[in-house]
Design a protein around this ligand. Sequence first.
Ligand code: M6R
Length: 369
Amino acid sequence: EKGGYDYFMLKEIAEQPKAVADTLLGRIDPAGSLTLDEVRISPSELREIDKVVIVACGTAFHAGLIAKYAIEHWTRIPCEVELASEFRYRDPILDSRSLVIAISQSGETMDTLMALRHAREQGSKVLAICNTNGSTIPRESDAVLYTHAGPEVAVASTKAFLTQLVACYLVALYLGQVRGTKWGDEIQAVIKDLSRISEEVERVLETMEPVRALARTLAEKDTVLFLGRHVGYPVALEGALKLKELAYMHAEGFAAGELKHGPIALIEEDVPVVVVVPSPRGRSVLHDKIVSNIQEIRARGARTIVIAEEGDEAVVPYADHLIRIPATPTLLQPLVATVPLQVFACELATARGNEVDQPRNLAKSVTVE
Ligand code: M6R
């Protein structure tokens, strides 16, 4: 049932191109517009929405953090993202014009379920992004967008995460379309780019051997740090979470702009720092700033592991290890940038002799608060 792989996690990592393609399937019509029939909230209700609130836990929360960039950019609707476990305890401001998006692979996470119940009690509409048909979270929501990742068995979420991102982009594009947005041309371009992303993920998977080899050399380390900016920041958080849960290492993700506000004090000789570099095209200011960050940490002894777009030559002099990813539009980069981090964590866990599919102390779905 592991399809020839040693672990479910490896199988699920390998299934990502198909999972991404399946989640897009039938949702973009040949004319290039979006039809999301599972969204049973009417377009007129969606036009009334004045705020989006995303609630989720763990990896699904990281998908939500990335979704915020897409939703605010394409729709101009303010979007908050909150850990489901914190949400209802702070008396959040919600009403019938708030759209709450609950993201959950299992559809059974108690924290997320309680957050969505709270939102519905306040009269808000709830849209679930979920991978498990007929599970509790979609059953209790006003609308559902299923991710078509197929069953995810490994405790560490991989293919569900990529499909959650795709679903979030679809929701953002749909909201933009329904409400009319000045990004019409960009949306058409993004739809084209999304339809190519499955092949890009495949290409990333074909180049993972050096990442595995690198991971094996780090098996004795205590700490790995992750840096990112813009949508690369949640990717850094996700890379750190994967490493914590699988390799039981101290791993932390930071927004690169925060370095000088504290985290740079952690940099010492030979500490591995993974840096997710934004595209040099598009928001190139961010690219240049992060290249300076890489120089700064390297000057203080960090071993830099740089994830950068093909053709980005500016990073080459400062990268002790360079991991190439295909060029994508900025907002879509997490779909390709996360994959090496999954492989990295899986290989480190293996090198440390850990149980990859069943990390200690963790359950696949957390059905208690
Ligand atoms: O089933 P859910 O998506 O609601 O689960 C949320 C988290 O428990 C889950 O993503 C967890 O963080 C994973 N083990 C991360 O790999």
